[in-house]
Write a protein that binds this ligand. Structure first.
Ligand code: MN
Length: 251
């Protein structure tokens, strides 16, 4: 049985003309759904509903979750700050769903993979904070917001031994792409940093007492077709989701 993986979509409140007016849109890069399909799962795009009872029902119905990346950033108020730099804020519709669903899935031990902004959402949902702008707040010579195609790698990361990511990757250093101007600042006590880039920017987080919770700061959906380790990330999510589904059916 293929496991069902809930995927968070993005929301455009109506920046573009359609049908003679400004119509709100859901949107999602098809690479995310394709990566889940190619790894053996069924991608299931989630509705951007604001109510907690709907999130609980959704989380109880899926076998795993993929919290996707976004071109916009979480409102800093979600982690106790005000906005200090210029960037586009994520739509409240999307932010509300991502933060709500991540927290509920964490508590229910539903397998979850967060990608780029999705990893940042999981971190904030569980009490962590973010650097609002790497270039302004950190001393680094590494370019994290690449200007070339995300199908190419940009910098190395060092992976902690005895981590989920290390077991998946099978080695201590891998190359990743990089398309982010924000990064994780404080990691809450329920999570652990399991990979950093050479300048110390947090590139992966995990919950070591959960079956499968992994956040990565890079975009494996742009790399997996040519980089087997990146494909293993999606395959590991699918395997965890299948195991979770089996456990659920026994309760
Ligand atoms: Mn990076």
């Amino acid at each position: 049985m293929k496991p069902i993986i809930g995927i968070t979509p993005d929301f455009n409140p109506g920046d573009r003309e359609d049908m003679g007016g400004k119509e709100p849109f859901y949107f999602l890069r098809a690479r995310y759904t394709k990566a889940i399909e190619d790894a053996g799962g069924i991608p299931f795009i989630l509705p951007l509903m604001p109510d907690r009872s709907a999130w609980k029902r959704i989380v109880s119905q899926v076998d795993g979750l993929l919290i996707t990346g976004s071109g916009s950033d979480l409102a800093p108020e979600t982690y106790g700050e005000t906005q200090r730099y210029k960037f586009k804020r994520m739509s409240p519709q999307r932010a509300t769903l991502e933060l709500g669903v991540s927290k509920i899935a964490f508590n229910a031990d539903v397998p979850m993979l967060g990608i780029c902004g999705g990893m940042q959402s999981i971190n904030v949902a569980l009490g962590g904070t973010l650097f609002q702008d790497i270039d302004s707040q950190l001393d680094t010579t590494i370019l994290h917001q690449l200007t070339y195609s995300a199908t190419k790698t940009a910098h190395a990361i060092r992976i902690e031994p005895r981590s989920l990511l290390r077991r998946i990757a099978g080695k201590s250093t891998i190359q990743v792409n990089s398309s982010h101007h924000q990064s994780i600042k404080d990691v809450p006590s329920c999570l652990t940093t399991t990979a950093v880039s050479p300048d110390g920017v947090i590139e992966a987080i995990e919950a070591q007492d959960k079956k499968f919770l992994l956040g990565v700061q890079w975009h494996p959906e742009f790399l997996y077709e040519h980089h087997p380790i990146q494909k293993k990330l999606f395959q590991a999510l699918i395997k965890a989701a299948r195991d979770f589904s089996k456990r659920k059916s026994c309760q």
